[in-house]
Design a protein around this ligand. Structure first.
Ligand SMILES: C[S@@+](CC[C@H](N)C(=O)[O-])C[C@H]1O[C@@H](n2cnc3c(N)ncnc32)[C@H](O)[C@@H]1O
Length: 219
């Protein structure tokens, strides 16, 4: 099945609330567990960057899991960032900085980060190299890079079956977004080609029937 683009930014108010209030407990807590295993350093205190942070659920989970890190979290959607800003606990406020800005045009506060992560941004980008070039710009030797995203199924029937399995209890708008996201996602093979084109030494691993995890350390 050919890739079908979906709107790049999620800035419709109803869509933002549906997404922000959806139950992402399982994939988001698994993502944080993977980051912990990947970083594998008690007391890790590097500067962190969350690309396409949306309403900030993963940014907040990361801040709690890595209490010595400061995090810049960026998204091109103003309602997403507003949701994130309004949901920060007082205890996280000094470490978690939400930034409204579209990549790759927005300049980030730090020149380099020690860890760069992103969940579910890649499939929103018409040009996937936007993500990989931003990763390259803001990493240095030793930067940990971890990206999770959806995988495009082979057929629309398979995409519909994934909605049936994982999203029937969610509001209709969220089911529609999930379906569109599956159609806009990349295959593992395409992501491997992206790595070669970007010259990034990252490992691309299918970790479930719908998720891919891309990780490695910048050289
Ligand atoms: C599916 S959401 C993922 C949000 C969050 N990472 C999560 O896992 O809950 C994708 C987000 O990427 C944002 N986005 C898409 N293209 C972007 C770009 N070029 N620059 C910044 N944010 C972008 C969208 O606005 C949306 O909030």
């Amino acid at each position: 099945m050919q890739r079908v683009l979906e709107p790049e930014l999620m800035d419709d108010a109803e869509q933002v609330v549906a997404y922000a209030e959806a139950d992402f407990e399982k994939p988001h807590s698994e993502f944080i567990q993977r980051l912990k295993a990947f970083v594998n350093e008690p007391g890790f205190s590097g500067k962190a960057l969350d690309l396409g942070c949306g309403p900030g659920d993963i940014s907040r989970r990361f801040a709690r899991a890595f209490p010595f890190c400061k995090i810049d979290a960026i998204d091109g959607s103003k309602p997403m960032i507003d949701y994130g800003v309004n949901s920060i606990d007082a205890e996280l406020q000094s470490r978690l900085n939400f930034i409204h800005g579209k990549l790759p045009d927005t300049e980030l506060p730090e020149l380099r980060y020690h860890i760069i992560f992103s969940n579910s941004l890649l499939h929103h980008l018409p040009d996937p190299q936007v993500l990989w070039q931003v990763v390259k710009t803001y990493s240095t030797s030793g930067t940990r890079i971890a990206v999770m995203d959806l995988i495009r199924p082979d057929t629309t029937e398979m995409a519909k079956a994934l909605i049936e399995t994982y999203a029937t209890k969610e509001p209709e708008i969220l089911q529609r977004d999930f379906y569109c996201s599956l159609l806009a996602a990349f295959t593992v093979e395409e992501i491997n080609d992206q790595m070669a084109q970007a010259g990034l030494p990252l490992t691309v691993e299918q970790i479930s029937d719908r998720h891919v995890f891309i990780s490695g350390i910048a050289s």
